[in-house]
Design a protein around this ligand. Sequence first.
Ligand code: BGC
Length: 700
Amino acid sequence: MKNIDINKLIATLTIEEKVGQLVQLTADHFIGEAEITGPYAKYNLSDEQKYYAGSIIGAPDATNAYEIQKTYLEKSNHKIPLLFMADVIHGSHSIFPVPLGAASSFNPKLINDIAKYSSIEAANTGVQVTFSPMADLARDARWGRNMESNGEDPYLNKVLTSEYVKGYQGNQLDSNSTLVSCVKHFAGYGMVESGREYNYSDLSERVLNEMHYPSYKAAIDSGAGMVMSAFNTIDCIPATVNRKLLTDDLRGKLGFDGIVISDWGAVTETINHKLADSFEGCAKLAVDAGIDIDMMSFAYILELVELVKKGEIEESRIDELVYNVIKIKKDYGLFENPYKNLDPKKDKEIGLKTVLDKTKEVADESIVLLKNDGMLPLKDEKYCIYGRKVDSKDYMGPWSWQGKTEYISSIKDVFAKDENCQIIDYNGANFEQQIFDHSKKIVLFMGENSWESGEAKSKTNIKLKIEEIDIIKRLKMAGKEITLVVFAGRPLDLSDVDMLCDSIIYAWFPGSRAAEALYDIITGVVNPSGKLAMSLPKSVGQCPIYYNNYPTGRPYEKAEEAYVTKYIDESHYPLYSFGHGLSYSDVVIKEVQMSETKGLNDNLELTVVVENESNIAGKEVLQVYLNDLVASVVRPRKELKAFTKFEIGAGETKIINITVDSKEFGYINQNIEHTIDKGKFEVMVGFNSEDIETKIVEIV
Ligand code: BGC
């Protein structure tokens, strides 16, 4: 069927069948005699209407998906298989760190592995398309969906987004165990004003092209089969019905030729945006803008056939959208095997040891050691552990809807094996006395619950819980040495406790093997190597705060200066900046060699001599930032343009070669063209974004 002629196939379809291809329904419309409840019950779709639908969201497992596909193929005349979609965001049943944590590994190979191993597992659970990766740049700690992003930097974001797509889709989309990758949410969703979910995003065309499109372009160039539109508006037009965005830019400029799917219910939400006052109006706008599949808004299923019959939408336009849907089904190999990934016998082959081991490997590299006054690692010494997260299994974070708690050991279970460790019962009587009595050193496990970040979880208070701050203060006053382990799906404001803790570990939500990874890091079996993919603010009032901000006409140099860019009641800087993360080794840069001039199209090659001055082997991330010293538009003060993670032995000296691609010296100018300026650039090299060695290169 590889040579199936899509246009000929479309010509055989009725208008109802064509529209059906553009409709996505939840699995509960099809499972058994399930009665549809909730907001969509009122649409009361007929059996005939349901069985026109072209794709399904959220089948619970392969057995159900198989049954739905079988009945569908029996009932349909055209025999075009359904496509099964779901959110496999950071694993299926075995859960990897949340994407913001995984991004903090600064390890593209591991990101590729997450996607590859997630596909292997999801392929046994009835999923063919995953709504991942989320390529939205995220800079505001208040926004709940930071956890699903690659953080605040466009370069890191584009490198990692591309790896997710390659990992999910493999080298050949129709081979076994692949998932089609649906990159989302096009575009600007991470920039919702005030970090408030679903709010509007105000982005200049230039910034949209420069900061937000590159990750999508990287996904498209890596072959992403689908793109999901965003909930927010761009230029006061909801992304869902924004023709310039979805057709001119996405298809025209970025060269996308796959499926564009709306986000859940978003087509008819344009009524709330007041761009339409009927489902009909919404459907017309979305078809015109370029939404191929309407995810669960019912505008297409209820209105499109009539709109075509009345001549308000050309049937040829519907054919264009249907083409995109059938093309993916063909490319994915569904015409040969409609049951790909839907094998009921495989339902049990989940929680595979290889996948779970991989979650541990990623967790090891995602966890960030923010601070260490020498308390860590804890070796051959007594300590106690305490906190809400100790006797819990809430380590997977949001978007782990199929994650299995039975694969998880609690922190209590894992640390109980260490005879130096005393576990203090969180809810026990006299817990305070126990802590104060046992040992001088205490490790606290605190932070967010999984439900506190993710979609629709915007916050204005991003501190630890009051009772947790209070416990830390009292322990400090009692003279304890404190290591704080923070669980979070977003950057939290740790300023109340930063000075009180001797060591701080930012764990994010590390996934199924959280407890093992944290034990290994705390006791030095694993040397931490994570680097923050998002800066941690000193207070919510600083948000959004990101390292790659813009210079002003009145730069901040000293706090005493009055009329410069600053707050009068808060520091100018974040608490911990992007790229920061310590290890137990002490790796230093000894020398940076590079040429002083280069041609416009030449890459910049750097040779960096690094030395591990400690007797502990580890991993470091060499980061190279650029700053264009004279440009035609205001450029960020520094921008990550290359990085590499390397291993280094105890006491070892190593030469690291790293390349900055010639195009990375460029930017989008006022005419929305990519341009590279001749002249001088600062080249900043370091193991974080602040403590860097600066050199100059001149483009001649
Ligand atoms: C989210 C998407 C997700 C979709 C389907 C929406 O609410 O914004 O990211 O893929 O639901 O679950």
